[in-house]
Design a binder for this molecule. Structure first.
Ligand SMILES: [Zn+2]
Length: 241
């Protein structure tokens, strides 16, 4: 879920004049999506090839989804490159431990298939690598990543951390928007509320923020089915802690 080549963090308390690209982005007016069908192949236990095929199928679905939303907002969508690897290096350097990242300069989503992915394949975990990183790609195409990056370098340490969390929470919300349309057609083994409970109880990460807030933003995006729910930049600090 990491980002490389860009800032990871910041808070907005001192940044009273947030750029409109963050607070009034066109993507917030991309409307509510209809359900879509995502033909995803079965995941076979122990097979890296089948995990790869599943994630490629989900990536095609995410491209189809966001291309429609961008069009509705009067924006142009271009798909990111996708690199799926079992190794530890990617087009943007070393892959961090959690296995998926977005490289803004290369506009590339990198997914590392780990041994754990092959052992217990929870479909939602595999799907979330795609859905979350596509959220970062949406942020890149809409100028949000650049704007966050500019603010980041002007900010002190605490604000940087808060900016990073607002960025990550927004990617979570955008993943929820995608799930609202796509999830019913996927072979999920758990319900949405079970997934949200699991996210809320996951281990805390300093970069991403509190699990209960990550769950809140994913669920908020899912509930609205629209990116209008995903303006994390003006949300109270308690919602992005
Ligand atoms: Zn992320």
């Amino acid at each position: 879920m990491g980002l490389t080549g860009t800032a990871e963090a910041a808070s907005t308390s001192a940044a009273t004049a947030l750029p409109a690209v963050l607070t009034k982005n066109k993507i917030y007016r991309s409307g509510t999506a209809a359900p879509m069908s995502c033909p995803a192949p079965e995941i076979r236990s122990g097979s890296a090839a089948s995990v790869k095929r599943f994630q490629q199928a989900l990536a095609r679905c995410a491209n189809r989804f966001w291309a429609t939303r961008f069009k509705a907002a009067g924006l142009r969508y271009t798909p990111p490159r996708l690199q799926i690897t079992t190794g530890s290096r990617s087009v943007c350097g070393k892959i961090n431990a959690n296995g998926a990242q977005y490289c803004p300069e290369q506009r590339t989503v990198v997914i590392r298939i780990t041994k754990r992915d092959l052992r217990d394949q929870i479909m939602m975990n595999l799907a979330h690598s795609v859905a979350h990183e596509w959220g970062h790609h949406v942020q890149e195409l809409t100028g949000i990543l650049d704007a966050q990056n500019t603010l980041y370098w002007r900010s002190g340490r605490t604000q940087r951390a808060a900016l990073s969390r607002r960025l990550e929470m927004q990617a979570e919300c955008l993943s929820g928007v995608f799930y609202r349309s796509a999830l019913d057609s996927l072979p999920s083994e758990i319900t949405w509320s079970q997934w949200i409970d699991a996210v809320g109880q996951s281990r805390e990460s300093k970069i991403h923020g509190k699990p209960r807030n990550l769950a809140y933003w994913q669920d908020r995006g899912y509930d609205a089915g629209s990116a209008r729910a995903c303006n994390t930049w003006t949300a109270p600090n308690s919602r992005v802690s």
